[in-house]
Write a protein that binds this ligand. Structure first.
Ligand SMILES: Nc1ncnc2c1ncn2[C@@H]1O[C@H](COP(=O)(O)OP(=O)(O)OP(=O)(O)O)[C@@H](O)[C@H]1O
Ligand SMILES: Nc1nc2c(c(=O)[nH]1)N[C@H]1C(S)=C(S)[C@@H](COP(=O)(O)O)O[C@H]1N2
Length: 197
């Protein structure tokens, strides 16, 4: 039997000189894939790419994933201040609209985990009907920023950024994303909530 929820294509981009050069194993793509598979009830199709910190390559990869029909593209890595960190510049270069709230919330939630979050420059943008969001490169930062910080009973102390993703995708005409509320409760105004039986 098919799923009740619409299928969603999601682009995953791990941006790391060393992981793409085989110096260490890439842990970014598996971390993105495993968190999204836990958080979303929709059938997911992933388009995964592992690339170096080269601005032209990052821009071309993002554009290709938008053109391939991804509703959402998540990147990991290359958002710090180091000379080779150019993910935010590449993301802004392909933007049709900038969504500053995602970066602001990401730094807020990350400060609850590490003081070095102040060094992170993540941005989120919309290109055509795709939301593109940068996440930090530390593999553990992926779940931290997407899910946020919870107390021992699972109650959110600081919201992660993923809670805002489904309604943003609704507003740009993408598929209706249904989350598992135990992992992440999406924010939607009451009028935007669909009950899919
Ligand atoms: N794709 C990845 N897989 C595994 N670990 C990673 C990955 N990307 C980053 N890390 C870890 O997180 C740290 C900080 O990530 P950052 O994106 O700043 O990497 P970096 O120091 O610029 O190097 P590189 O681009 O070669 O990964 C790295 O030093 C590494 O320990
Ligand atoms: N949640 C979270 N955010 C984080 C981190 C982390 O470990 N957890 N690492 C920080 C560090 S050390 C840096 S330099 C910046 C940028 O990381 P990047 O260059 O790997 O993208 O993200 C920061 N944000």
């Amino acid at each position: 039997m098919g799923s009740r929820y619409p299928a969603v294509k999601i682009g995953l981009v791990s941006i790391s000189d060393r992981a793409s050069g085989g110096i260490y194993e890439d842990k970014g793509l598996p971390a993105l894939q495993s968190w999204l598979s836990r958080a979303l009830k929709n059938p997911l199709q992933f388009e995964a790419r592992l690339i170096p910190d080269e601005q032209a390559t990052i821009e071309a990869t993002l554009i290709a994933l938008v053109e391939a029909g991804c509703a959402l593209v998540l990147t990991t890595g290359g958002t710090g201040p180091a000379l080779r960190d150019v993910t935010p510049e590449a993301t802004l270069a392909v933007a049709h609209k900038v969504m500053p709230g995602f970066g602001e919330q990401m730094r807020q939630v990350s400060l609850a985990f590490v003081p070095t979050a102040i060094l992170s420059r993540q941005v989120a943008v919309i290109r055509d009907q795709t939301l593109i969001v940068n996440l930090p490169g530390q593999p553990k930062a992926i779940a931290e920023t997407l899910e946020g910080l919870k107390d021992a009973d699972g109650k959110p102390l600081v919201n992660g950024i993923f809670a805002a993703v489904p309604y943003c995708i609704d507003l740009i005409g993408g598929p209706y994303l249904e989350t598992d509320t135990a992992v992440c409760k999406a924010f939607r105004p009451k009028t935007a909530i669909q009950t899919i039986l």
